[in-house]
Design a protein around this ligand. Structure first.
Ligand SMILES: [Mg+2]
Length: 247
């Protein structure tokens, strides 16, 4: 599912030699310590699982969706097309989504609660930017005391009777490169000078630039291409907490 982003990333890297993942470990740590905003990916970063896989399993189509994900990874499918294809298999109702959140609430990654709390104490703004679904990500934000207007994610649509009606294709997070567009918008809207993106996937890495720095997170799943390109790669949020203690 991350292949299209990796391919795009390679192109950007060749064109732009000042690409932010070419900074050193010490520079990335320094940028993190003076960040005025920190953006987190959600699936396999802030939470242990992939929201869309959990939703598919819950709706009884886990295997079919996993197969579709593999197919998308092998081809040149855009993010939006891959999302459309998988949702057309899942076709979840509003009731199923609500029941998933009640029966199988997203599991927070150890240490994230403490890290977000510490960032908030230091008046650093925290955002969640996800290719997953707003209804699930909002639940995560509430647990972490992140305001809901700091959540950027895709919106599922339902008919009046609660049946699946598609998703909002106008959200930036529905497109390849969407996370970067959200960060550019945040910089413009809030005047942030230093924005750090943290995530496990290629779409997170790809958001830098416009993010000032990227920190790869491998605490739930290690994606070798992301690890290889991250100047700072951590497997626990403790490492980030320890870095904040140095301020
Ligand atoms: Mg992720």
């Amino acid at each position: 599912m991350e292949v299209w982003a990796i391919q795009r990333h390679r192109v950007i890297r060749r064109k732009n030699l000042s690409y932010c993942t070419m900074t050193t470990l010490a520079e990335t740590k320094e940028v993190f310590r003076r960040a005025d905003a920190v953006c987190f990916d959600v699936d396999s970063t802030v939470i242990k699982e992939e929201g869309i896989d959990e939703l598919a399993k819950f709706c009884g189509v886990g295997d079919a969706v996993r197969e579709m994900t593999c197919k998308a990874m092998g081809g040149s499918m855009t993010f939006k097309k891959a999302l459309t294809e998988r949702l057309s298999i899942i076709r979840c109702s509003r009731e199923q989504v609500n029941k998933l959140i009640t029966d199988h609430p997203p599991q927070l990654t150890p240490g994230i609660r403490e890290l977000v709390e510490r960032l908030h104490q230091r008046n650093i703004k925290v955002f969640l930017i996800s290719g997953g679904f707003r209804c699930i990500v909002e639940h995560v934000a509430t647990q972490l005391s992140i305001p809901l207007h700091h959540v950027y994610a895709n919106r599922l649509k339902f008919y009046f009777n609660g049946e699946y009606a598609g998703f909002d294709e106008t959200q930036p997070t529905a497109e390849s490169g969407g996370k970067g567009r959200v960060i550019s918008m945040l910089r413009e809207r809030h005047g942030f000078k230093t924005v750090v993106m943290i995530g496990d996937g290629a779409t997170d890495l790809e958001a830098c630039p416009p993010a000032s720095a990227f920190i790869g997170f491998g605490g739930n799943v290690v994606r070798p291409q992301v690890k290889e390109r991250s100047s700072w790669y951590v497997t626990s949020f403790e490492e980030l907490l320890r870095e904040l203690e140095k301020i």
